[in-house]
Design a protein around this ligand. Structure first.
Ligand SMILES: Cc1cc2nc3c(=O)[nH]c(=O)nc-3n(C[C@H](O)[C@H](O)[C@H](O)COP(=O)(O)O)c2cc1C
Length: 278
């Protein structure tokens, strides 16, 4: 077995234990974070949510990473009201979160909590939220280079149930530009407001508090949610021409962002993604 392709088909280690930081995981099956919208009122973990995670643990998953959990109750973290995220922003959330951890541990799985600070430029002021914030006042948009593996530029348009006429062209830029003008297709977003230094300081503080609460709840680790164009990701983004995208806020705040967050040492990972769309 020499080639990368052959090695990638070798599943012999999948049921072998693995250690991440000081956490021993019974196998190499990990569940990606997914918000199922099962959270209960006031952002508390619901019974349904608890049962959902416990069932995955019972099924043999070695490591569960929770859906994005709110690390702050600052309004800038709440600009996607269509999703009801669970929260771990203060003591009130510790009892239910601890119970969730207990349920998962009871079936022999480990659990990391994914802590997030809001959707950044993926947010929307719909449903009574404030204008979304981001590292720069640049809305997300779809670019041809984001359509991986020949993806259909009208896929989202079709998925959103658009029934109208579609231009008869194979020109990807033309199709994207057409799709961008149809409301509700998620091809482009609302222009966010540039986040202020003061707001960042609050969020950084809150992230540290939340990570400490996570430890108290018994979570085995913390994953910082920084992918898919969400707030923390916007500090990594570049514009489509390759230059740094955020000028003002990035320069003022980029350096203070993560490392002041007083997150407990060990077992912390950051989730991010490469693509600049979204
Ligand atoms: C319903 C749903 C909810 C998701 N919620 C989150 C989330 O809370 N945090 C996160 O980092 N990714 C989230 N994701 C992204 C997934 O973790 C994963 O990266 C994505 O589904 C791509 O993996 P796949 O190709 O195996 O589906 C979500 C995906 C789905 C489908």
């Amino acid at each position: 077995m020499n080639s990368v392709a052959e090695k990638s088909r070798d599943y012999s280690l999948i049921f072998e234990p693995i250690t991440i930081g000081n956490v021993e995981i019974k196998n190499r099956i990990a569940m990606a974070p997914m918000n199922m919208n099962y959270t209960g009122p006031n952002h508390q973990v619901s019974d349904q949510q608890m049962a959902y995670y416990a069932a995955r643990a019972k099924g043999g998953t070695g490591l569960i990473i929770t859906e994005a959990v709110l690390a702050s109750d600052h309004p800038t973290a709440h600009t996607y009201k269509k999703y009801n995220n669970a929260s771990l922003c203060n003591e009130l959330y510790v009892p239910r979160m601890s119970e969730l951890v207990e349920h998962v541990h009871a079936f022999g799985a480990k659990i990391f909590v994914q802590l997030g600070l809001g959707p950044g430029r993926q947010g929307t002021s719909e449903a009574g939220a404030i204008q979304p914030v981001s590292a720069s006042p640049i809305p997300y948009a779809t670019y041809p280079e984001n359509l991986v593996n020949g993806m259909d530029p009208l896929a989202l348009v079709r998925a959103c149930g658009y029934q109208g006429a579609i231009p008869q062209t194979e020109d990807v830029e033309e199709l994207i530009s057409f799709a961008n003008k149809i409301p509700g297709t998620h091809m482009n977003g609302e222009t966010p407001r540039e986040i202020t230094v003061e707001e960042i300081q609050i969020l950084v503080h809150d992230l540290g508090v939340s990570a400490k609460l996570a430890k108290r709840c018994g979570f085995d680790g913390v994953e910082i949610h920084a992918p898919h164009g969400y707030l923390l990701h916007t500090f990594f983004l570049r514009d489509p021409t390759g230059g740094p995208m955020n000028t003002g806020a990035h320069l003022k705040t980029g350096s203070v962002f993560w490392w002041n967050a007083s997150i407990p040492a060990g077992n912390t990972r950051v989730r991010t993604s490469m693509w600049a769309c979204a």
